[in-house]
Design a protein around this ligand. Structure first.
Ligand SMILES: *Cc1c(COP(=O)(O)O)cnc(C)c1O
Length: 391
C-alpha cells in the first residue's frame, strides 16, 4: 500500500486546480500587462482571481499581491515592516521560537542590520499567549510576527487575540498562515491581521505561488526590481496559470472546510490514540489547539530518520520535523523549543494528512508503526540503556 502522509511538506494538486492551470497554460496564455484585447482578458482573469481569493480570506482584495509562495511572502512582509519601523526609529521585532525558517532567517538577517529581535518562548504544547506578546511590546516595537499554525507540531496560536493586542498598541501584526489556510478558518479582518502569508501548494494548489496580504496603508517594499506589476510591489510577469489554479484550490478548500475538518481530525485522533499505545511514546503539540491533519509523536529510544526509512519501505511517506530541517543533523528547533531534550528531539515522526487521506490508509499506518518502532528499539543501544536504567 502507498500512503502519502507528508502533506505539510506539500499536498498533491487537485484535479480542478490542474484543469484550470492547463487552460491558462494553453489558449489563455496572454500577459495581463498587454493592452490588446487578449491581454485585457488575462488582466480580467487576474482581477477576478484576486477578488475570489480575498473573499475566501475575509479581506480587501486591494491588499493582495501574488508571490512565488510562502517564503517570499514572509520575507517581503517582514522586511517591509522592519524598514517602515526604522523610518520612525523603531527597530524592535517580536516573534516566536518556533517560526518557519523563512521567518527566522529573515529575522536573523535583520539582526545583523541592527534590529533587535525578541523570540517568545512557547509552552510545552507549542503555544504562545496574547499576554506574552503584550508584555514584550516596547515603545520601539515595529512588528509582531507569529505563525498561525506550526508546520511541525500543528499547534494553532491565538491569532485574533494577538492581533487585538497589536492593534491596541499600534504595532503591525504579520502571521505566516501557510499551514492554516485551507485547514482552519482564517478571516483576516475579523482576526485583526495586518499582514498574512500563504502558499497554494499546502492546500492542493500549485507549487511556486502564494499570496502576501497587507492592509491598506502598509507600504510593501518590492524584493524584485523591474516592471510595475502588482502595483509596483512585485515585478515580473504574473504567473497567471498558477494564480488561477490557486484561486480554485482555495475556493474548494474553503467551501468544504468543516466537512474536511470533521473527517480528517477523526482520522488524526484515531492515529494518535492508537500510536499512543506504544510504550514510551507521546504526542508533541496541543491535543485541542491542533491542525486537523497533523500528528507529531516521539518514540523514545529510536532515531526519527531510521523510522522514516523503514516506514518508507512499507510505502508510508512521512517526515520527521519539517522537510526543511530533515537532511540536516540538527534536531528540530521546534521540538527543542517545546522543551524536549536533544536525544528525544531526534526521534519524532510527523504524519500530515489531507482530504485525500482514507481510513484504510490510517489503519495501515496504525498497523505498521508499532512493529517498526519495536524492531528499531531492539537494535538501539539507547533503548537498551533506557531499559536497564528503568529495570
Ligand atoms: C511551507 C511553509 C513555508 C514556505 O512556503 P513555500 O511556498 O515553500 O515557500 C513557510 N511557512 C510555513 C509555516 C510553511 O509550512
Amino acid at each position: 500500500m502507498q500512503v502519502y502522509a507528508d502533506n505539510a511538506a506539500t499536498a498533491p494538486i487537485s484535479e480542478r486546480a490542474l484543469a484550470e492551470m492547463i487552460k491558462y497554460y494553453g489558449m489563455e496564455y496572454q500577459n495581463p500587462s498587454s493592452l490588446h484585447t487578449y491581454g485585457q482578458a488575462a488582466a480580467d482573469a487576474l482581477a477576478d482571481a484576486r477578488g475570489r481569493i480575498a473573499k475566501c480570506l475575509g479581506c480587501d482584495e486591494r491588499g493582495i499581491i501574488f508571490t512565488s509562495g510562502g517564503s517570499e511572502a514572509d520575507n517581503q512582509a517582514i522586511i517591509s515592516a522592519a524598514h517602515l519601523g526604522a523610518k520612525k526609529g523603531k527597530k524592535h521585532i517580536i516573534s516566536t521560537a518556533i517560526e518557519h525558517h523563512a521567518v527566522l532567517h529573515t529575522l536573523e538577517a535583520l539582526e545583523k542590520q541592527g534590529y533587535e529581535v525578541t523570540l517568545l518562548p512557547v509552552s510545552r504544547e507549542g503555544l504562545v499567549t496574547a499576554d506574552q506578546v503584550r508584555e514584550a511590546i516596547r515603545p520601539d516595537t515595529c512588528l509582531v510576527t507569529v505563525m498561525f499554525a506550526n508546520n511541525e507540531i500543528g499547534s494553532i496560536q491565538p491569532i485574533a487575540e494577538i492581533g487585538a493586542v497589536c492593534r491596541e498598541n499600534k504595532v503591525l501584526f504579520h502571521t505566516d498562515a501557510v499551514q492554516a489556510v485551507g485547514h482552519v478558518e482564517v478571516n483576516i479582518d475579523e482576526m485583526n491581521i495586518d499582514m498574512l502569508s500563504l502558499a497554494a501548494h499546502k492546500f492542493h494548489g500549485p507549487k511556486g505561488v502564494g499570496v502576501l496580504y497587507a492592509k491598506r496603508g502598509i507600504f510593501l517594499e518590492p524584493l524584485i526590481a523591474g516592471g510595475a506589476q502588482e502595483k509596483g510591489k512585485r515585478a515580473g510577469t504574473e504567473n497567471l496559470p498558477a494564480i488561477m489554479g490557486m484561486a480554485v484550490a482555495l475556493e474548494d478548500a474553503v467551501a468544504h472546510l468543516s466537512e474536511y475538518q470533521a473527517r480528517v481530525s477523526a482520522i488524526r485522533d484515531k492515529v494518535i490514540a492508537e500510536l499512543s499505545k506504544i510504550p514510551y511514546s507521546f504526542l508533541n503539540g496541543s491535543a485541542e489547539k491542533r491542525l486537523p491533519n497533523n500528528v507529531n509523536m516521539c518514540f523514545e529510544g529510536i532515531e526519527g530518520e531510521s523510522l522514516l526509512l523503514m516506514l518508507d519501505m512499507f510505502g508510508i511517506a512521512a517526515s520527521s520535523g519539517s522537510a526543511c530541517t530533515s537532511g540536516s543533523l540538527d534536531p528540530s528547533h521546534v521540538l527543542l523549543a517545546i522543551g524536549l531534550p536533544h536525544e528525544i528531539a531526534h526521534g519524532s515522526l510527523r504524519l500530515s494528512f489531507s482530504e485525500l487521506t482514507t481510513e484504510e490508509e490510517a489503519d495501515y499506518i496504525i498497523e505498521k508503526v508499532p512493529g517498526v518502532v519495536e524492531r528499531l528499539r531492539q537494535m538501539s543501544p539507547v533503548w537498551e540503556k533506557m531499559m536497564k536504567e528503568n529495570a
